[in-house]
Design a protein around this ligand. Sequence first.
Ligand code: NAI
Length: 214
Amino acid sequence: MEDREISRAVIGRLPRYYRYLGELLDEGVERISSSDLSKKMHVTASQIRQDLNNFGGFGQQGYGYNVKYLHTEIGKILGLSHTHNIIIIGAGNLGQALANYGGFEKSGFILKGIFDVNPRLEGVTIRGIPIRRMDELRSFIRHHEIEIAALTIPKSKAVEVADILVEGGIQGIWNFAHTDLILPENVIVESVHLADSLLKLSYNISSYNHESEK
Ligand code: NAI
């Protein structure tokens, strides 16, 4: 692959390509034209060609895209050529829901541990993984080579727990607590706000209704 900058906009679209290509692979599809991929993904064929040309123009006239190759190349860019060990901090409603979902493992995110301050949760298992006490956290990160921590605790505790994670050597925080974390540069934070998506849905419903009233 060519060694050049890929725009953030393209990078932002890669997870979706990766997901669709993964589904095609599961269905046993070996190659696909940009127009078929365009119909499937509801994106224009020209957008697909432009985006995927960033990875060496794998589409060939009359052949289309080699699904496995493209899936692997995009996976490499997304850092999926090796597995990532993850932990969840906060085994409440959201933490347990994430822990119960086995789908992240398919992309190489391996859940190694779950932590909570609530003593009543200690030892309870989710998909065979016991919930541990917070005082085990630092050594657990080191011994199990944990890269990523999902933070599903109350907002008021997020900063202090993030500091412990940083001291423990975590590389990335998947932050669900609604607070901005200001951390050293070498610790990458990705914040998730499901409500943003819901607001977008609400906006689209209102603008659709508005349009149809005209
Ligand atoms: P919850 O109250 O069910 O669970 C929170 C858990 O965190 C509890 O088990 C509690 O014992 C544990 N906890 C509290 N302090 C802790 C600490 N210092 N260290 C370790 N564990 C600690 O809450 P729920 O509904 O699971 O929500 C969790 C967080 O996620 C909240 O901050 C909530 O606002 C947020 N949230 C974010 C969403 C998003 O889209 N980003 C969506 C839903 C919730």
